[in-house]
Design a protein around this ligand. Structure first.
Ligand SMILES: *[C@@H]1O[C@H](CO)[C@@H](O)[C@H](O)[C@H]1NC(C)=O
Ligand SMILES: *[C@@H]1O[C@H](CO)[C@@H](O)[C@H](O)[C@H]1NC(C)=O
Ligand SMILES: *[C@@H]1O[C@H](CO)[C@@H](O)[C@H](O)[C@H]1NC(C)=O
Ligand SMILES: *[C@@H]1O[C@H](CO)[C@@H](O)[C@H](O)[C@H]1NC(C)=O
Length: 411
């Protein structure tokens, strides 16, 4: 039998205000007709709106860190997802659940609260040769993931075969807060085709030398807010991919890693449309790049209306970087005329130190130069060296406002 815990303390909690309001007004009407009916109706409302908890232990999950609990989690999901009331999928505290490639499908009958109080680990062996995700949510709307638990990708073993430890695909009205992600084999948390996403208080840790271990990747998503997160990985702390707009990133601690990047865009001649990206109040340290826009040669589309402001850099190799010749595999990138057009990019109030000489590196293509670049109130000094930092600007048009150190000369 299925064990369910009903939370009756606040029957109107977590129910949408519109349905709440209408139910409430009907109830009052009934009460004026007959007290008994009113009482009965109040009870019905309470039953209809109470939150149900589906605990994975009730579905035979073991949580000893060794037993494969994938099947139990899927059964729990099936029940929670079919519940027409707002329900909680509970991963209880004090236990560690071993999962391998689990896909939680939507749409569900109602919103779901995925309460990760305990921990999830990947198998401690090479368990697949496929490229896959550890935990993925697909087409689940009104989902909240929280609870303070951790997902450990045990990445080192399978850096080669797994993509993400936590993926959201086509999830609208998504909230992720207060969870920990560690040792991702590749990317830690990715959002594809999601609208209205709120991420806060998430921490990510992975070895600084782990390959391609992005913290978060936002792709083809709109109205995304990421705030108060701490990320230390071997690649971008946060990467914003093609098709993303209206992304607001603030209060991020990033390091080690590759900073906060828009891109890479335009790979293999593809079209990328990225705009309205706002990054503010971040601490970036011991990183390869700090604030960056990277595009491949041969791409199409645009990256525009991008602001990086109030950023504190400590020992960052290239704190300000625009690269229209992005080519990570040293060899193999042909010279091509097309480029993702970069325009209206502001760097405002960026202070701190660079660990290399060139602190501001803006390399744009001859055929599609960068336009509308603003550098406003920038002071970047070379870390522990007497020699000042320098800038290197190619094919970029823009303006400087206030103090800009190192000095910059636009085309
Ligand atoms: C765990 O169980 C799932 C579902 O039964 C299965 O697909 C997967 O291969 C199992 N994983 C391991 C590591 O045995
Ligand atoms: C971005 O988020 C911050 C912090 O939540 C907020 O203060 C700011 O107004 C937002 N900016 C935009 C452009 O939405
Ligand atoms: C900038 O970062 C450094 C090193 O992390 C820190 O000591 C300093 O307090 C930070 N400054 C601000 C204004 O946050
Ligand atoms: C500046 O960039 C150009 C490429 O546009 C490169 O050839 C040159 O070496 C760079 N200068 C420094 C000091 O890095």
């Amino acid at each position: 039998m299925v064990r369910m815990a009903q939370e009756r303390s606040n029957p109107f909690g977590r129910v949408k205000i519109s349905s709440n309001g209408s139910l409430h007004s009907i109830r009052r009407e009934k009460e004026t007709i007959a007290g008994v009916i009113g009482l009965w109706f109040a009870l019905a409302v309470q039953l209809a709106t109470s939150e149900t908890t589906y605990d994975v232990l009730a579905f035979k999950a073991v949580g000893d860190g060794e037993t494969n609990d994938t099947q139990a989690f899927l059964k729990t999901w099936e029940a929670a997802c079919a519940d027409p009331r707002y329900s909680t999928f509970l991963v209880p505290a004090g236990r560690t659940f071993l999962l391998s490639r689990i896909l939680f499908y939507g749409p569900c009958k109602s919103g779901i609260h995925f309460q990760l109080s305990g921990n999830i680990v990947a198998p401690n062996s090479i368990w697949t040769t496929e490229t896959t995700n550890l935990v993925a949510f697909f087409g689940v709307n009104s989902l909240t993931v929280d609870g303070g638990g951790q997902i450990d990708g045990r990445g080192a073993i399978w850096w080669e075969c797994v993509k993400n430890i936590l993926q959201f695909l086509g999830c609208n009205d998504l909230t992720v807060k207060g969870i920990h992600l560690t040792n991702g084999p590749s990317k830690h948390m990715t959002f594809y085709h999601c609208i209205r996403v709120h991420v806060s208080g998430v921490t990510v840790t992975a070895p600084g030398n782990s390959p391609n271990t992005d913290g978060f990747l936002v792709s083809a998503s709109q109205y995304v807010e990421i705030t108060a997160c701490s990320i230390g990985t071997g690649d971008d702390c946060i990467a914003i991919g093609p098709g993303s707009s209206k992304v607001n990133i603030s209060r991020i601690t990033c390091g080690p890693g590759h900073g906060i990047s828009v891109g890479s865009l335009g790979k293999d001649g593809s079209t990328a449309l990225v705009e309205q990206i706002f990054v503010s109040d971040c601490n970036i340290f011991q990183a390869l790049t700090g604030t960056r826009i990277k595009t491949w040669q041969g791409g199409k589309g645009y990256a525009r209306n991008i602001v990086f402001q109030h950023i504190n850099m400590t020992s960052v190799q290239i704190p300000i970087d625009i690269d229209q010749f992005y080519c990570p595999q040293a060899a193999g990138c042909r010279s091509r005329a097309d480029a993702v057009e970069i325009s209206d990019v502001q760097f405002v109030d960026i202070h701190g130190t660079s660990s290399s000489e060139v602190a501001i590196d803006i390399q744009c293509s001859h055929s599609v130069p960068c336009r509308g670049i603003t550098l406003n109130d920038i002071t970047l000094k070379q870390d522990g060296k007497k020699a000042p930092a320098t800038s290197n600007i190619t094919n970029a048009y823009g303006t400087t406002i206030g103090t800009v150190i190192p000095p910059v000369h636009f085309a």
